[in-house]
Design a protein around this ligand. Sequence first.
Ligand code: KMH
Ligand code: ZN
Length: 304
Amino acid sequence: MSKNKVIITCAVTGSVHTPSMSPHLPVTPAEIAEQAIAAAEAGASILHLHARDPSDGRPSADPAVFLQFLPVIKQATDAVINISTGGSSLMTLDERLAAALKAEPEMCSLNMGSMNFGIFGLAKPGMEWKHDWEPRLLEATRSGIFKNTFADIEDILKRLGEGCGTRFEFECYDVGHLYSLKHFYDRGLVKGPLFIQFVLGILGGIGADPENLAHMKRIADKLFGDDYRFSVLAAGRAQMPLITMGATLGGNVRVGLEDSLYIGRGELATSNAQQVARIRTILENLSLEVATPEEARSMLALKG
Ligand code: KMH
Ligand code: ZN
């Protein structure tokens, strides 16, 4: 019965937005826990989590920081914990995996290819930065690469998938990433039902256009048939329109301040829960039902 329900994922803080871009971006473990719990209470059944250095908000891969908020969230909610293995472009693969290998969560993200990863539109000329690491991070993003080689992907599948029973949110930023996922599927290294995140609107990936979303779905249907479920995330202002389109196409949705800092044109979201509540209202007005964490676990065959 839960087949047609919609899973709301909330990506609470990420590693690309910086504290100067929004005062509402959670950065300390207490803020991350508080916003994650509120997002779950508002209807998110999956929480996609990154950590930040509590002193200044820079992206952190330190498992000790994750362990300051993971138990708090687990105690307060039944939501599925999804730990990022993307981390940030400046981290090594071992750093990116450290927290997940310790926590052995039900779900982790898995990025399906190497790419440029630009978010330059948010760094307004003349912007006043709170911390000098923020413009440096953006500059490093300009010249660096988000590295996810075939060997990296295989490593993550073996260490987390086979090793810990973790299942994945497969982040596909372009059509080619679907074919890369098919390669691992054909080799038996990933098993259905796959949970594929169509990521639209990252500079370096496929653009946030309805035609691209329709095309991603068409190709995923061809490659994976019934053995997958999709979710949509769209960066910035495309967030709500494109995830709504995804839901009407039978998919799931991802919101959160990792993907967009806004709740409307020029209006910063005051919390992650505000975005969850917004998409929940949209879904319910479309007569779509929101999945509970238990239903999400069953839909995605998670270890629970
Ligand atoms: N920031 C998103 C566009 C990850 O954490 O592994 C992609 C993401 C990657 O969430
Ligand atoms: Zn992420």
